[in-house]
Design a protein around this ligand. Sequence first.
Ligand code: MRU
Length: 316
Amino acid sequence: MRTLEWVNGKLKIIDQLELPHKLKFLYLKTYQDVVKTIKDMNIRGAPAIGVAAAYGCALAGKNLKKAAKALVDSRPTAVNIYWAVQKMLLFAKEGKDLLQEAHRMAEEDIKINKKMGRYGAKLIRSGMTVLTHCNAGALATVDYGTAVGVIRAAHEQGKKIHVFTSETRPYLQGARLTAWELKQMGVDYHLITDNMVGHFMQRGEIDLVVTGADRVARNGDTANKIGTYSIAVLAKEHKIPFYIAVPFSTIDTSMKSGKGIKIEERAGDELTIIKGKRIAAKGTPVRYPAFDVTPAKYITGYITEKGILNPPFKHG
Ligand code: MRU
């Protein structure tokens, strides 16, 4: 099953706000529907929202320019949206069929993930414990996944591995989505809270870290889900290799370093209310950056569709 697919003139997406309890679908008819579901995170994960944005452009018709702006503004950190929208604007200029181009982008995403999986699986040996953060699995892409795709490829090759998935406060992608995916894959795993990572590293229980990314600057500085930076610093302290699994569409070569990356700040309610239950007093002031930037010096390598690379990055 794909995170998103085109069915009878509508974009069908898995509603990730309902997981893991219900597998529900939403059918998006307009570009405004696409913008809203990206903002509200019914669909999330950099490659998935990039391809969704491409379909949003295909749905926009003569409102393409307006749609392009609304889509790019919907979530500012993931460069994939900008990348997909720029491509669509170019295709429109060339008179190409935007729907066909969006289909092509969706198929390409799956192929790229499988390639990254094959390269990344070489880093994993039987008996290893791998930590991943947030959800960079099939749900964050059209299918297969990036960081979880690496784990999946190793598992498909018959390697016996164990995975720690960190809960990923406050939105709980690790608990709600990655744990759900790992269970279906039949991978041996444990869910831990984010603040347990140091403990398990100190005890020698983590051999490798692989996460996804929302934007990688030319010098390798990487924006990913909040908490990634702390994990990377801990990994360096404990001499544990820390890899980013990233398609080229997530590498922003126009950005010199991570300093220029805009960090999305989300509404405090996602932090103070869990599943409808308030956990902090009403009116509690909250800061909620949804991403952080890990400097390149903490990153051992970048698993891409072209192999395991190191910066500086160039396109083409
Ligand atoms: O806020 P989210 O859930 O969209 O954040 C997702 C992540 O941070 C992922 O690690 C990233 O998008 C890579 S997904 C293959």
